[in-house]
Design a protein around this ligand. Structure first.
Ligand code: MF3
Ligand code: CO
Length: 253
């Protein structure tokens, strides 16, 4: 069942998302060669708490052990921060964040190169196109559009670039739970599914691979990697459908 948010609920979503966006900016600033992914997790946890919010990742499904996900290079999503995972210049780092404020969840992810330098033009293209795919997904969010227009927009950006679209994971409704209906595929034909209506709040999150679309789950039962070892990127925003378009709740800066 889709939960449409009232004006006062949206105000809480906005605040939750603002806290998250500020956290992301601060943690992005802390990314540097020599830092471990556990350092970044600790920084995020502190910032979320200091803002009066709580983590929605920690304890997710009873077992997720950290505040953020840190997925490096061929890791697609749900990489677990670790003190022994020390970042090196040119690593492609995907950071996924969420928090709860006054009962409302927000969820957002970014990908970046450690030290600000891409290891290859292909890697740089992957990150640029994945962000462009998120922009296209967001642009598809307008009242009256259909749910599957979002996935079609992502596919329309990714496929001409020859990138693999991760199939098993996708976007989702968000609100009083991190994952609400509807599930949002990152591919497929436009014009299907429910019409988007004001009050719907969704997390849109394309995950694209430089190689094929196949994935593998590591033995930690969380980390999802590309089956062919290729690089992967992930961007995500929490977005609300408004009367005349959309509002990117997790917009940074
Ligand atoms: N942002 C992630 C998603 O929507 C949620 C990660 S939950 C965690 O899939 F437990 F894996 F952290
Ligand atoms: Co999400």
């Amino acid at each position: 069942m889709i939960h449409y948010k009232s004006v006062s609920e949206l105000a809480k979503m906005r605040r939750s998302a603002r806290i998250l966006a500020d956290t992301i900016l601060r943690v992005m600033d802390a990314v540097a060669p020599g830092r471990s992914t556990a350092d970044l997790d600790a920084a995020a946890e502190e910032l979320i708490r200091a803002a009066g919010a709580v983590s929605n990742f920690k304890g997710y499904r009873g077992t997720y052990p950290a505040t953020i996900c840190t997925s490096v290079n061929d890791e697609i999503v749900h990489g677990i921060p670790s003190a022994t995972r020390v970042l090196a210049e040119g690593d492609l780092l995907s950071l996924d964040f969420g928090c709860i404020w006054e009962g409302f969840h927000s969820d957002s992810a970014v990908s970046l190169f450690v030290g600000g330098v891409a290891p290859s033009p292909e890697a740089e293209r992957l990150v640029k196109v994945t962000e462009a795919a998120l922009d296209a997904a967001v642009a598809a969010v307008v009242p009256g559009a259909r749910l599957s227009d979002i996935g079609a927009a992502i596919e329309g950006v990714a496929t001409p670039e020859g990138l693999g679209i991760v199939r098993e994971y996708g976007g989702h409704g968000i609100g009083r739970a991190m994952h609400e209906d509807p599930f949002i595929q990152n591919y497929g034909p436009a014009g299907r599914g429910p019409a988007l209506k004001p009050g719907l709040t969704v997390a849109l999150e394309p995950m694209l691979n430089l190689g094929g679309e196949e994935t593998r789950l590591l033995a930690d039962d969380w980390t999802v990697v590309t089956a062919d070892g290729s690089l992967s990127a992930h961007f995500e925003h929490t977005v609300a459908v408004t009367e005349d378009g959309h509002e990117i709740l997790t917009a940074r800066g």
